[in-house]
Ligand binder design. Sequence first.
Ligand SMILES: [Zn+2]
Length: 295
Amino acid sequence: MLQPTRSSECICGNNCDAKPFSQNFLVLKCAKCGTEHFEPVSMASKVEFAYEAENDKYGDERYLDGDELRWAHHRIGEMSWKFKRVLEIGCFTGFFVKRLVEMGADAYGFDKNLKAVDFGRKKFGLNERLSIRQAEIHDNAPYDAVVLVDVLEHMDDPVMFLRESTRLIESGGQIVISGPTVERRFFDKSDFPPHHIWRFSRDGMKTMLENNGFTVEKVVVERDGMLFLRNLLGRILNGYWKKEFYGDVKFSAPEIRGGVASLLYSYGQAASDALMKFLGLSYCSTLVVARKNNS
Ligand SMILES: [Zn+2]
């Protein structure tokens, strides 16, 4: 039997069987909640991959200036943040921290990416609101809410990360988590290990939160037919079964930002979203809002 190097445990606590996925990774699918995750076949290769992953898009100069407001940011932006102390972990340049501040929140951001934090401090003038030092965000705790947009799928151990984050939240405060789901069938180039380690199920997310002292208040599904088409096209052009991502793809669909093209894209997104909802298809991310139980 294949033995993963780190852990065969799902976010819901269930033990999973491992199957070969690619040359360097095993895939573990949870029989209980449906969540999938990847484990390296050896610790030596794990270290090597972590180093390789540094060369991915998050260090790219063009990417830094993108202010990529994702689907989850828009949904989170619809919530009320006035007078709340909020910490976004994995804030990148802080573009959403700036948005939260504009909405009346006392918002802070944390990211390990020094290049991104430096860039955001200059571009948005966020200075002391952004931090790369864990001790600083602990000194500023507790917060009314912690926001994790597309962060947990990168973690070796999301449950441990959630527990660490929970310590920063006031009793009765909120956690907001988004991430890709197992329902994606045509994955984006970065949905593969070592970039993304986890593909969540909504049941798995809910169980993880309930097991760790939260009550789930809201679960939102993103359907996004445009992303579905873009990923399908990308997979065909890059070879469908390319199973690991080291930034060496031949084809990349252009990122659409600003102007008329962006407006048309958003109409396309809304229309395809409605169609997919009508057809009962759930592609491709989820957002969960949960409240920390009073201890
Ligand atoms: Zn599970």
